[in-house]
Design a protein around this ligand. Structure first.
Ligand code: SDX
Length: 378
């Protein structure tokens, strides 16, 4: 067998062949099925982009309408899932609630008909449709309220914001939220997608695939960084505090949340679009002083770390957008998950098409031929 060099974190090691998305980390380009994200952010919708990623082509008018219709009418969650969620502790993190709920959904659809296109489509629709409902339901229930029913007359983004706040969202906020979902939907072989593909490769069900990916996304080195960024900006408090705060982190060799990326060595193109979206919201709903702190931070970090190719990533400005919409900080990562479900499902489908179970090797650096020592001699 060929022996490969060990690369911690599998850096630079291809784990799959994929035609879903592409990143050029030197030029700061991200494409979904060959289309630049900036163009999709401007012209597409989240569900159309999800369709593109999962089925490989942009839908025509009838295909898109049929897909939107199916997702719209599958938004309700079973009362047993709601009842189960009511038992979750209010203090639990919404990502944990989401992971448990996504896995529980699989209990209701235990037939695994992975070769049947209708099964694939139903699973895609069900997961895309119900994940936002589950996130909103937990948010209301942890406040002691009943979840609200999804509204069939609202589109995907507007309905989620409605379910969360129990009132129809401002149209600009809904549009911007939809764009945020487009920006987060897919990103090559990131940790949660890898996790999804590993799980998929065992030929388990798509609910387990999504649940394992949600668990992976939640960590602060991955999707969980968007929450930590806001906590960090709040802790810094003033523009003047930015420089000493960054110096202190660097002295301690701590990571600055929302900065750096395994692939991008320039500013993440999604961060640029998100920053622009935040500015649109500030223009309409008022400025946020934490944006000034973020701008100063971007400048100070560039001064100190641009030599290492460390710039803002997708998680740096997204929180400022959600904050302006009045969304609680601990829902930022579940929102990332709402979007990324479509990317995970695209990879699930691609993995199934040419499946081989993931089973890498390891470099054993432990002992051999050790004799068992009875407990009273240890
Ligand atoms: C996401 O992979 C994806 O595509 C993910 C994602 C997606 O859409 O799916 O883009 C979403 O997860 C964004 C990343 C969110 N995480 C954070 O913002 C946390 C802070 N960033 C990092 O910890 C880090 O940059 C990672 C986890 C994002 C990347 O880690 P790597 O590739 O393993 O890099 P590393 O930690 O080995 O760092 C390499 C060097 C080190 O310096 P040296 O020891 O070589 O001198 O860069 C430095 C690091 O110290 N460095 C940082 C830094 N990130 C890297 N120094 C300070 N602050 C940082 N944020």
């Amino acid at each position: 067998m060929m022996v490969c060099e060990y690369k911690p974190g599998l850096e630079g090691i291809p784990a799959a062949q994929s035609s879903i998305s592409h990143v050029d980390g030197q030029k700061g380009i991200l494409e979904y099925r060959g289309i630049r994200i900036e163009e999709l952010a401007e012209k597409s919708s989240f569900l159309e982009t999800a369709y593109l990623l999962i089925w490989g082509e942009l839908p025509n008018k009838e295909e898109l309408e049929a897909f939107e219709h199916e997702v719209r009418y599958h938004r309700r969650i079973k009362y047993r899932i709601r009842d189960m969620m009511k038992c979750f502790p209010e203090s639990g993190h919404p990502m944990d609630a989401l992971q448990a709920s996504a896995a529980a959904l699989g209990l209701f659809y235990s037939l695994r008909d992975l070769h049947n296109p209708a099964y694939i489509r139903d699973s895609v629709v069900r997961l895309l449709a119900t994940i936002p409902t589950m996130v909103a339901a937990f948010q209301l229930m942890r406040k002691g309220n009943d979840p609200v029913r999804p509204r069939d007359d609202l589109d995907y983004a507007a309905n989620f914001l409605y379910m969360l706040n129990e009132k129809e969202p401002d149209p600009l906020a809904a549009k911007i939220f939809d764009i945020c979902l487009i920006l987060h939907v897919e990103h090559t072989m990131n940790a949660s997608t890898f996790s999804a593909r590993v799980t998929a490769s065992t030929l388990t069900d798509p609910y387990a695939v999504v649940a394992s990916a949600v668990g992976t996304l939640g960590g602060p080195l991955h999707g969980g960084a968007n929450e930590e960024v806001i906590q960090m900006l709040e802790e810094i408090g003033t523009v003047e505090n930015v420089r000493p705060y960054v110096d202190n982190l660097l002295q301690r060799k701590a990571k600055i949340m929302g900065f750096g990326h395994r692939v991008y060595k320039v500013k993440d193109p999604r961060a640029t679009v998100l920053q622009n979206l935040a500015e649109q919201l500030f223009a309409k709903f008022g400025h946020d002083k934490y944006y000034d702190i973020a701008l100063e931070m971007e400048q100070v970090v560039a001064e100190k770390l641009s030599g290492k190719g460390i710039y803002p990533n997708v998680d740096f400005y997204s929180g400022l957008v959600y904050r302006k919409m009045g969304i609680p900080t601990d829902l930022f990562t579940p929102i990332f998950a709402i979007a990324r479900v479509a990317g995970w499902l695209a990879h699930w489908k691609e993995q199934l098409a040419e499946n081989r179970i993931f089973r890498p090797t390891q470099i054993y650096n432990g002992k051999h031929e050790i004799t068992y020592l009875p407990i009273d001699q240890r």
